[in-house]
Design a protein around this ligand. Sequence first.
Ligand code: UT7
Length: 308
Amino acid sequence: MRGITIRGCGISVPDKVLTNDDLSATLDTSDAWITERTGIKERHVGGITSQMAIEAGRHAIADAGLDPSDIDVVLLATTTPDALVPATSATVQAGIGVPGGAFDLNAACSGFVYGLVAAAGLVAVGSGRVLVIGADALSRITDWDDRTMAVLVGDGAGAVVVEPVDGPGDLLSWNFGADGTLRHLLRCDHGGYLFMDGKEVFRKAVRVVVESAERAIQDAGIQASDVDLLVPHQANLRIIQAACQRLGIPEERTVMVIDRYGNTSSASIPLALDDALRSGRVSPGNHLLLTGFGGGMTWASAVLRWGR
Ligand code: UT7
């Protein structure tokens, strides 16, 4: 039996920062509204998916003390590929200098958790190390005159090195979900801009995140009180607070980076994970619950027992 452990983590965000006050200068909005309704204070914009993914991937490989030649597969979760063809992961593979295979995965904001679990599946059937990256440049598909979307989005990338280990490894449980009948709630047509029915997505998101997280907790054979750190998709502070309350996980045990990054889709969970690791909030043996939801709708949760 071959399981996985996470050996290194890294992130990248573009230099350009937009504060709520910057947005209030051109849109009919305010710092007070954005802060109160979303928890967002600023976001990074102007990113290019492949470039952010390359930088985050390099940082993760260096953090693991490895060389690009030690990686077998690049798995890029993204909703905003550089182009329809070629796969953006191929650009990333060449940019980092990874000798192995590469593919993209799109499960919107749940993409990173889907990617992590897919990497565990690859390892189970014999793959070596997988570089799992979540990267999105939502600023490129946002109408900056539309205040309902412009205040929410940001760009970024986060990456982890997934390494094979003998035995069951650190991934204790996972589940995926999707409901394509809800695709109209959050969408972007080719060449168009992001549209979201925010209220409806909010309602559904709380329900599916809680159900999915509860299933993952149960399948891991633990209780909610055993979760040392919740690493949720960062879409709205109020969604995270509502989920915490319903799951019975105190807010102090949750990673919140939405104030600095906004909603970065596939990148938001690895950005949060990296923040938790850098600030010393993760110790070996800790139970981490990763959970995400997004366009599709899709959702995914995973419980890890941190191994390093
Ligand atoms: O990552 C993928 C998943 N995405 C999400 O999970 C996002 C889910 N949805 C949300 O986070 C929230 O629904 C939003 C943050 C998008 C909106 O918050 P809300 O509390 O649901 O506000 P609302 O849409 O009900 O709008 C309340 C009011 C409206 O005015 P009236 O009708 O009450 O006069 C809006 O027109 O706020 C107005 N409004 C704004 N005002 C200032 C909407 N956007 C803005 C804005 N600035 N940017």
